[in-house]
Each structure stands twice: as structure tokens, then as C-alpha cells.
Design a protein around this ligand. Structure first.
Ligand SMILES: [Zn+2]
Length: 492
């Protein structure tokens, strides 16, 4: 007995030694913060220009026919007036009427160009609940309020401020720089970004890399962890909406069957909610955790460094928090349910829609197969791609090579407090449309955003501080200096 206990003790000590060794063996992937000189940006002016951009109601409505063309036209004229140097130095062309493609011609045509993407459209905003009206562009105590302040007119203005400042500093890019402004990102980007990508493809352009909006610089991302993180998107999830429909004979509610059409469909939906698609720490999620682990306090590092042992516990922990759960798996959200017409009439029809955000480990077909298996009811008709066409997850952009390094270094310069983490963007961006032009599509919104403020992006009181805007502009300027400046060798 004593010998057995001793054996167990030794085994536990050995296990502890293994766990700690693995935790200590993790080296931080963070690149050192390099010496740099931030470019001069006038914060008040940048804030005023953003305020003006917000005042143009370039709204993407569900119904495309409602597009207010004059607002888009006026926004572009406003930008021409506010950024005369940029419009004198860059070529600009209209694509699909309301999107714009800018080209800052580089001195060496042999170098593959880079592309910065932003979108000029915004989601609708109801006036109620806002501290300042969503399209008034109020600037108060250095904060710019309004729809699009962050998503995505903030990026647009920051990119334009950066280029204007670089022009003032006599910077001439070696490689060409494109700026692509889509006008329908909030509707999927098929008319805007996709048309721009096709145009470039027709012209035989191969890009070095693309940077679009995406995740941001966050604090308090993990409970109990103060370290800030710059979440640099290397992939984005796909999306498929699956419609579930059921017919039933109907009749009077006084002599009902055990399950009406509504009850039967509800059962299928509850089964789907209770059987999420399996999570995985492989692929892009593993890449994220490998970068995250060395930045954490020891106990957490031990857990992340030993996923072979802690995977079940870790999965439970991740699953309890929706933003982390979304990193781990294809998510399931029942979004629409309709059925029944009258209190005392048995429903003859019930219909629901479930929206799945597809992890790069899954595919549209995997999700459809999962739904058929879990619902397991031949009476339920399943429609893959209800109302919106489904899309598979994007490819995963590499961490190796100059593009990622240049992005990460530029982030480290401007946001030295934040550790750069390769990230899976859970929403959709225009970035995916450029996949045919380069395998290096990255997604990053260079703003500090508190996790609690994330809801304001498509919700109420969207706003950004002028200081934040200056940092974003400095980031884009630093990125272009490094990626397109003369000192940088070409990256293949
Ligand atoms: Zn956006």
C-alpha cells in the first residue's frame, strides 16, 4: 500500500514537472518594440473630418433599392474637399457607381502592391437611445459620436490622414498602394469589394497583402488578465442560415396531438442548441492559443501549454463565454421563429431560421449534415442558405513572412502595451473578397476598444476619441512606411 502511494506520489511529481516544463518552455512570440518616430497628425482636424463623414447618411438598408445615392456622392465630394493633397497625388476611379478604388503609384512597378480596405456604408441607426443623434457627427470633449465612428468611417479617415501626412513628409512609396472603399460591406460586399477585386484580377494585379477592418486592440479580454491584446485577424468565419419548416394538419386546439407543428419544430431547435458542433483547439484556434499562452500568468500558462491534458476543462471554460466559444467552434444561433395564427387554432405551419457561423475547421456541408443528424425528423424540411447565400470560412493567412511581421511590428510601435495575437474574426468583412489576389489577407481595426463597448459597433452610442483616431492614423502611416517605403526589401 505504502509502495503504491509512493509510486503515485512520484508519478504526480513527474506530471507536475512535465506541466511546468512545458509552460516555461513557451517563449513569447512578441516582436520587440522598435525605435520609431510617429508621424504628425492634427487630432482636432482628424476629429472634425470624421464628424463630417458621419453626417453623410451612407446607410446600407436590408433592401438595396433604398440606397440613397446622393449621400454617397456627397460623401465622396466631401472627402475630395477635405483631402485635396491626397486626391491630387492618387488616382481614383469609381467602381459599381458607389465604391472607390484609389491608387498611389509606387516607383518600382515590379513590386506587388498592397491594399488597404475600408467601407463607407454603415448599418441603420434608430435615433432613440443615443446620447447624441447618430448622424449629427457631434464632437464633444474630444470624442466623435455617431454611426460609423468606428465601423468603418474611423478607419477610412485614419487611412486618409495617414496618407496626407506621408505626402506632407514627402514620402513616395516604392510599391503601389491601393485604398479600396466598398459601399455595401454591411450587405455582404458583392457589389463593392467583390467588384473591385474582380477589376484588379482582370488587370492581372497580384497583391502583396490586404488589410481590412477586423478585431481591435482590447483590454480586459480575459477575466483577471490585465494585459492588452491587439487581435490581428488571420481568418474570418463563414456563415450559413438554415431554414427549418414543418407542416401539420391543423384543427381545433381543444383536441390537440401531443406535439403541434410549433412544439415539434421547437424540439428540433432545442436539440440543435443542446448539440453544438464540436470545438477544437487545432488550426487557427491553436495558433491563437500558442501566441496567447506565453502572455498569461503562470497558472493559466500551465493550462494552455498542456492542452493535451486540460482540453476538456478548457473547452468547458471557453464554452461558458460566448466570445471565446465563438473562437472554438461553429456557433449555433436560432434567430427566427414563426408559427401559428390564432389562440384556438392548431398551427398548420411552423418555420425557423438558425444562423451558423462556420469555423475554418468546418464547411457549409458539414454544418448541413450536422443539422440533418441532430434534427433527425423527416417531417422537418431543411433549407440550406435561407434568404442569404451561405459562405465558407476564409483561408488562413500565414504568420510567416514579411507581411505579418510588418503588420505586427507596426502595431507594436503604436500600441506597445498590447501583445499581438493572430486571431479568428467571427464576423464577416470585405477582406474575403480579395482572397483571389493574395493569400495574405489580414483584418485589424487599429483602435483601442473596451470589450464592453463592442456592442456599440452596430448598436447605440458608437463613438471614438480623437486620441484613438490619431493612433489609428499613425498605425497606417507606420505600416505604409515599412511596407512600401524604400528601406524595406520586397516580400514574397
Ligand atoms: Zn465594418
Amino acid at each position: 500500500m505504502r509502495r503504491a502511494l509512493r509510486g503515485l506520489g512520484i508519478a504526480l511529481l513527474a506530471l507536475l514537472a512535465v506541466l511546468l516544463t512545458r509552460a516555461y518552455a513557451l517563449n513569447s512570440q512578441q516582436l520587440p518594440v522598435e525605435a520609431w518616430s510617429p508621424i504628425l497628425i492634427d487630432s482636432q482636424r482628424a476629429a472634425q473630418r470624421l464628424s463630417g463623414a458621419i453626417r453623410h447618411r451612407t446607410v446600407s438598408y436590408q433592401d438595396r433599392a433604398l440606397l440613397e445615392a446622393a449621400e454617397f456622392e456627397r460623401l465622396y465630394r466631401y472627402l475630395e474637399k477635405e483631402y485635396p493633397e491626397l486626391h491630387a497625388a492618387l488616382e481614383v476611379e469609381a467602381v459599381s457607381d458607389w465604391s472607390r478604388l484609389y491608387r498611389w503609384r509606387g516607383r518600382d512597378p515590379a513590386l506587388p502592391p498592397v491594399l488597404l480596405a475600408a467601407h463607407v456604408d454603415v448599418v441603420p441607426a434608430r435615433e432613440e437611445g443615443w446620447t447624441h443623434p447618430p448622424f449629427a457627427g457631434v464632437v464633444e470633449n474630444g470624442v466623435v459620436w455617431g454611426r460609423g465612428a468606428l465601423d468603418d468611417k474611423g478607419s477610412l479617415v485614419a487611412i486618409f490622414e495617414a496618407i496626407t501626412a506621408l505626402l506632407a513628409a514627402d514620402f513616395a512609396p516604392e510599391r503601389s498602394v491601393y485604398v479600396a472603399l466598398g459601399h455595401d460591406e454591411e450587405q455582404g460586399g458583392d457589389a463593392g469589394a467583390l467588384a473591385i477585386a474582380r477589376l484588379l484580377e482582370q488587370r492581372g494585379v497580384a497583391l502583396d497583402w490586404v488589410l481590412d477592418e477586423g478585431a481591435a486592440v482590447v483590454e480586459g479580454y480575459l477575466p483577471g488578465v490585465e494585459q492588452g491584446f491587439a487581435l490581428l485577424g488571420i481568418a474570418e468565419k463563414g456563415s450559413v442560415s438554415i431554414g427549418l419548416e414543418l407542416d401539420a394538419p391543423g384543427g381545433h386546439s381543444s383536441a390537440p396531438p401531443r406535439h403541434t407543428a410549433v412544439g415539434e419544430l421547437a424540439e428540433a431547435l432545442v436539440a440543435l442548441e443542446n448539440s453544438p458542433l464540436p470545438g477544437s483547439f487545432d488550426g487557427v484556434t491553436g495558433t491563437f492559443l500558442d501566441a496567447l499562452a506565453p502572455e498569461l500568468p503562470l497558472p493559466l500558462r500551465v493550462v494552455l501549454a498542456n492542452r493535451w491534458l486540460f482540453a476538456p476543462a478548457l473547452e468547458r471554460f471557453f464554452s461558458s463565454m460566448p466570445p471565446l466559444d465563438a473562437m472554438l467552434r461553429t456557433t449555433t444561433a436560432v434567430t427566427i421563429f414563426n408559427g401559428g395564427v390564432k389562440n384556438n387554432v392548431l398551427p398548420q405551419h411552423a418555420r425557423a431560421v438558425v444562423n451558423f457561423r462556420i469555423h475554418p475547421n468546418d464547411r457549409i456541408e458539414t454544418v448541413a449534415e450536422h443539422v440533418r443528424r441532430v434534427v433527425d425528423n423527416e417531417a422537418v424540411r431543411i433549407e440550406v442558405g435561407a434568404a442569404t447565400p451561405p459562405r465558407n470560412p476564409s483561408g488562413v493567412s500565414p504568420l510567416e513572412g514579411a507581411a505579418y511581421t510588418t503588420l505586427a511590428k507596426s502595431i507594436r510601435c503604436v500600441f506597445p502595451e498590447a501583445a499581438v495575437l493572430p486571431f479568428l474574426v467571427v464576423g464577416g468583412t470585405d477582406g474575403r473578397h480579395y482572397a483571389g489576389l493574395t493569400s495574405r489577407v489580414y483584418r485589424f481595426l487599429p483602435f483601442r476598444i473596451h470589450p464592453e463597448a463592442i456592442e456599440m459597433l452596430h448598436g447605440t452610442d458608437e463613438r471614438v476619441g480623437a486620441g484613438n483616431l490619431v493612433h489609428a492614423a499613425r498605425f497606417y502611416a507606420e505600416l505604409l512606411r515599412r511596407a512600401a517605403g524604400p528601406a524595406q526589401p520586397s516580400s514574397r
